[in-house]
Each structure stands twice: as C-alpha cells, then as structure tokens.
Design a protein around this ligand. Structure first.
Ligand code: NG6
Ligand code: CA
Length: 501
C-alpha cells in the first residue's frame, strides 16, 4: 500500500512536474565503474580533463552528496535495480563470472517500472549480477534468466567485470559470434582447456599483475577464472568501449520515436585498463587516466546522439559511478606511479571497498535541458536506490508494499526541485554506516582497518565511530566517546531500517 500512496501523492503535489510526465521523457543512465568523487574535472580534478562530462554538468545539476549504496559493484547494482539494500542478503558480494542471477525474477525492478509505463528498456555494458540458475549456465545455448527476466527488452552485456571470464559479449540469451564448433567452457574452480594462464606463463602477459588475476590469459591479459574455447567470440579489450557505445547509440536511434530507458554500464576505469589506442598516453596519468578519457568519450557520443536525434529536451541523462576509486586493483598498470598527486577520492577518506565516504560518495549529474536547472550544484542527499520508487511515482506506476522496500520517492531531489533529499542514508562496505543530519555512525566490526594492498583505509574498527561530516568530511575525528547518545540513537535508527520488511 505504502508505495501506491506515494504514487498518488506524487500525482497531487508535484504540480508542473506531473505535466512533464505525460511526455514520458527518455531516461538514460550512464554508470561508470570505479570512478571516484574526485576523478572528473567538474568535481575539481586538475590533472585530468573530462570535457564531455563537464558539459553535461554545465547543462544540468551536479550533486555533491550523492551515493551509490555500496563500496563495490555487485551490491550497488543490485540495490539500484531492485530498490532493496543488497546487505539484506548475504549472497550479493562481488559476484564471480559464473554467478547465478542474483535478482529474483519476481521482484519489482527499475526497468520493469519503465516497461509498465510503456517504455522500451535496454541494458548495455557491464552486468555483474549473475546469469542463469544454480551456476549451471548453458554458455553455448540460452543463458537465462538474466537481464531480460529482470525487465530489459534488449541486452548486450559483459557478464561480470572485464577481469573475469567469460570475456565475451552476450546479446539477449546468446554469446555473440560463438562458433558452434568451438564451444566455450567457463570454470571458477579449476583450470580447463589448454589456454595459458598468468600463473604458468607469466611471460605471455602483456599487462603485469600485482595481485590475483592469474588464471586464463586472454589478449595478453590474465584474468580471474578459467575459460576454454569460444575463440571467435572473445572480445578485444581495446574495443569494448567502442562496441558498447555503438550499441547504445544505435539503440537510441532505433527508439527515438518511443519512450526508452537505457542503462548504459561502462567498464571504465575498472581493471584491466586497456583503452583503445586513440586514448593511450593522452591523459598523462597512465591507463587509469586514459580509461577515464575513454569513459568521457562514451558520454560524449551518447549525448551527441541524443542531440542529433532531436531528443535533448525529452531526455533525462543521469551520470554516476558504482563505487569509489581504486588505483592498484590487481594489475601493475602504473596507476599509482602516474597519478601525479591526482586525488581520485577528492577530499574524502577511503575509496572502493571502504566504509568511509569515498566508498559510496560518487559523482552524480542530472541533465534535462529546459526542465532541470543548468550549471547548478546541489547538496541534496541522494541515493541510487531511490530510482525505482522515484520513477514509479513520476510515471504513476504502483509498487506493491513488499517490493523496493528501501526505495524512496526522491524525484524532486533528482530534478533539483528539493534541496534536501534523503533524511537518512545507509552506506555499505560489508560493514554498515548510517548518516543522518551530517552525523555518520559506523557500526563496529572486526574487519581490517586498512587494506595495504589497494592502499585504501577500509574504516573498520572494533570501536563505534561517529563523525560529523559537515565539520570533518574526511572522517578523522571520531566523536563516538564524546556523544554516546548520538551513537545510541543512530544505532537504533539503523536497527529499525534493518527490520524493515
Ligand atoms: C576484486 C578484484 C578486483 C576487482 C574487484 C571487483 C583481485 C585481487 N581483486 O576481488 O580486481 O575485480 O574484485 O570490482 O582479484 S567491482 O568493481 O566489480 O566490485
Ligand atoms: Ca565497480
């Protein structure tokens, strides 16, 4: 019932916003992978320039307190698409490449909301939410359930991360360009086939390793997991951005006459960073910087296509990232040595994997020329988990009470009409934190406080931690002992959110 009431409420009170929804604006969501709060020039980066994303921000609103739900990929994407915190389940950590589909196909999802409102929907790019049932994917036949069952009319995806097998594109239920005479095999337990591995044949690697990733070598890059066969279907890493960007622009052109929701998930700047040669050396910051330029190019192509098709005024473009930044994430690609003082996390502590702010506070830009104010910055507290309830309210689609239970209608905040946004935010890096009115409480945990390998402060402590984000955005001054009542109140708030059903 609750969500139905939200829908009615939106209809009554959003006033002129409701008028726009008659037009059913297209929604294009561009999701970067491991892009940090400080990685874009519009967010203050000075060592790198991202002109296309900056232009998007100039045409729209740039948010400074927007969050993904989690400090890694799979749980962030799960929460975004379902409106449910991933930490409610214990199987939504970083998924292997042969994970079964993690989203229950009976769940309400963001694409299903759009579909119900008459949109065509597409997922193009990185998936990383599992495919098939019970780890028994039929890689050589129909791979399902997957994005189609989650609510996407069209899908053209990489199953997991760029560093995990299978290194192929999957369109709808099938691996693209697969030769039946060379069937593909995927295994995460043991080596299969005769392809060389990073462990046995390091001399065959084009990109050195710093940690893990020493299984099957594809394109001179050693991966996580083993695969055999499927040679004609294997991607060329340097062409991934071109391939998925071209798919996205073709999808936009094809759907220009009907409302569409495009979920475009770039693989940049996640490892292995092997951008197209036209970006190599262009950032002066090594492959990570070059991959950010490639991401910026993808954004530019998508925006240009929307303009060329005359869809600018009827298309909401949202740009964000799935988790905070990491420099060395397992490949010796020079990201650390070539960072030259670049602050990928901006002023925030931590990064990918961390419960400190940089784990989940990410770039977030909303552009809708004519409807969302241009060149503005907003401090509203936003979470990607609210897309589902927000677009449902906006499009007047009802959600059952037991679905998308963590998603709030924040459409006004997304569109820059409400300066406050969420009252309470939960952050997740395995350990949970709750943020309310500038106060952040991090639940005690026995996990490591620092990951020396990725060189990131994870923020775990056996002691409660309390920070005032307004005075101390970098979370240096733990005030938990000074304000035990605040700790108790925030802890109680978090407990009641955990019990939500
Ligand atoms: C880690 C990988 C890292 C990356 C990450 C997932 C190692 C040593 N590290 O386990 O390289 O793949 O998983 O990233 O294997 S995410 O953005 O998809 O969450
Ligand atoms: Ca990621």
């Amino acid at each position: 019932m609750k969500k139905i009431i939200f829908g009615v409420f939106a209809f009554c009170t959003l006033g002129n916003l409701q008028v726009f929804s008659q037009d059913k604006p297209n929604v294009v969501f561009i999701y970067a992978d491991d892009l940090g709060y400080g990685d874009l020039s519009c967010y203050g980066a000075t060592k790198i320039s991202t002109p296309n994303i900056d232009a998007l921000a100039k045409k729209g609103t740039l948010f400074t307190n927007a969050h993904t739900t989690s400090a890694t990929c799979t749980p962030s994407r799960y929460s975004l698409l379902t409106g449910r915190y991933a930490w409610r389940r214990d199987d939504t950590g970083i998924a292997p490449g042969d994970s079964p589909l993690l989203i229950d196909t009976s769940n309400t999802t963001l694409p299903k909301i759009f579909k119900q409102a008459g949109y065509n929907t597409a997922a193009i790019g990185k998936w990383h939410l599992g495919l098939g049932n019970n780890k028994k994917q039929d890689w050589n036949g129909d791979i399902k359930p997957g994005p189609v069952e989650v609510g996407f009319n069209y899908s053209y995806i990489m199953a997991a991360t760029l560093d995990r097998v299978p290194t192929v594109f999957i369109e709808q239920y099938k691996i693209r360009d697969l030769d039946k005479k060379d069937p593909i095999q995927v295994n995460y337990q043991k080596k299969i086939g005769t392809d060389p591995t990073g462990k046995e044949n390091p001399e065959l690697m084009r990109m050195g390793l710093s940690k893990g990733h020493n299984n099957t070598i594809v394109n001179g890059i050693s991966r996580i997991g083993w695969m055999a066969g499927g040679h004609s279907a294997r991607w060329t890493d340097q062409n991934i951005a071109d391939t998925i960007t071209n798919r996205a622009t073709a999808y936009i052109r094809k759907n220009k006459d009907n409302p569409f929701f495009l979920y475009f998930a770039s693989g940049d700047p996640h490892v292995p960073r092997d951008p197209h040669p036209r970006f190599v050396g262009k950032s002066g910051m090594g492959p990570r910087g070059d991959a950010i330029l490639q991401l910026d190019w993808s954004v530019g192509e998508i925006v240009k296509t929307i303009e060329e098709q005359g869809l600018t005024k009827n298309t909401i473009i949202i740009f964000s990232s799935d988790n905070g930044p990491v420099l060395d994430d397992g490949y010796a690609d020079g990201a650390v040595a070539m960072a030259k003082g670049h602050k990928a996390a901006g002023i925030y502590s931590g990064g990918k994997y961390s419960i400190y702010e940089a784990g989940t506070r990410v770039p977030f830009i909303v552009s809708w020329p004519g409807k969302v104010a241009g060149g503005k910055t907003s401090k509203a507290v936003l979470s990607q988990i609210d897309f589902t309830a927000s677009f449902a309210a906006y499009l007047n689609v009802a959600i059952a009470a037991d679905q998308a239970i963590d998603s709030e209608n924040q459409i006004k905040a997304y569109l820059g009409k409400d300066k406050k946004g969420r009252k309470v935010l939960v952050e997740d890096a395995g350990t949970l934190a709750i943020v309310k009115k500038d106060w952040k409480y991090i639940v005690p945990s026995g996990g490591p406080s620092y990951d020396t390998f990725v060189d990131i402060a994870l923020g775990n402590s056996v002691k409660p931690q309390l920070y005032n984000l307004k005075k101390d955005p970098s979370e240096k001054n733990n005030l938990a002992e000074k304000y035990p009542n605040k700790v108790a109140m925030l802890s109680a708030d978090l407990e009641s959110i955990k019990k939500r059903k």
